[in-house]
Design a protein around this ligand. Sequence first.
Ligand code: PLP
Length: 494
Amino acid sequence: MNTSSFKDVERSPSRDMDPAEFQETGETLLQWIARYFRESEQYPVLARTLPGEIRKALPTAAPDAGDTMQAILEDFERILVPGLTHWNHPRFFGYFPITGSAPGVLAELLTAALNQQAMLWRTSPAATELEEVVLDWLRQLLQLPQGFEGVIHDGGSSSNLHALIAARAAAAPEVRTIGIVARSDLPPLRIYCSEQTHSSVEKAAIVLGLGQRAVCKISVDEAFRMSPEALLKAIRADKAAGIQPMAVVATVGTTSTSSIDPVPEIADICEAERIWLHVDGSYGGAAAIVPRHAHIFAGVARADSVVVNPHKWLFTPLDASAFFCRRMDVLRAGLALTSDYLETRETGVKNLMDTGVALARRFRALKLWTVMRYYGAQGLRERITEHIRLAQEFASWIDASADFQRLAPVPLSVVCFRAVPTARALSPDGLDELNSDLLERVNASGEVFLSHTRLNGRYALRLAICNIRTTEAHIATAWRVLRETLARIPAYAS
Ligand code: PLP
């Protein structure tokens, strides 16, 4: 970062940074960010630091006298940048890649400057009403009916937690006041989800005081989709044993393989058994805005709540998770709490603090609004469509190779696969070892970053495509690095 032109500015302890200094530093920072976007490919995707290295390079206590921005930014570049794993890199294929898109980053700058706290309508009418409007835009793109009201939480884990808070409020409204401890009158409550469901559902059960044992994991078919027959059987068995079903969580785009649970059949069961249905589309839901892929949301309109994370696959910087609920008043009844000092006289307005655990709320709608306007629905659709095409392309390379094997269908933008040596047979454990070794070596190259999962108990490599800057050239690099690295592994080559 070129900070050499920074002037020493006289400081007053009672004021913020001088506006002239802010402007000068801000312009330098914007130049740095623009270059970062232009040249992000020069960075190794995975940080190459050792544990503790960053901490050791930093002072152990805060400075007594203030530092200059020049010194701060120089340390940022010298100490912190080498310790970054570059999630905004077009060759980041691990977990679910995310995108700090340029329009989203600019909106975040405004969000920081305005520092809105949208707990009450009056503490930010603009943030409150924009959140309502922009989520209604997203609802329409997802073809969810009008009855779904939206609110933004910080992530899919939070949205899943809020869905289950609402489900519990629906199943046992008195829990709000008397809780669940030492209740002989309250049967054990059960949450059903598949073996492939994201761990945040289990975490929510812990937070809600239900415990991990309240989560019943339903088996999946060969394509990693929840079995509706097994679900119904589990519900019936629980009811017979005096356990009260509280919620079913179906997933559209599971974390390991992007599999899509059969929501219409699951919705039939939930309606017949009168159980709250939550659909976790944190990652995959975004694809439902594309007409060609809208079938993935079949039956979702019948759910009680749905989550789609714009910070995963709608090119919005962290953090933004859209939580839609058909019965938001149930969540409000279970959660809203207004202290004396938060009472206001406005009527007919939404106070966003009523639909979430958090009181302080950032102006997150601004970045989503900016991203949706800048790309337009068509632009978002084209990019998601291309990512799915790239995943199919990568899968076709795997399928055509004698040295690799695909381990799951590819309904969206995730490919699960592993290396299988043609030269010599390895035991199942030997294959796991080989693939774990391959992943470590591939990621150490810095050229690409992939992550792994386990499917049917066995180690699987996993390539996911969600970053707006990823092109076919980037997945071709991943394919080349994988093959070249495999050829160099002694256990494979010998
Ligand atoms: N649900 C699914 C299906 C996910 O894949 C993830 C994260 O990858 C989550 C929920 C949690 O989302 P977040 O990381 O935004 O809390």
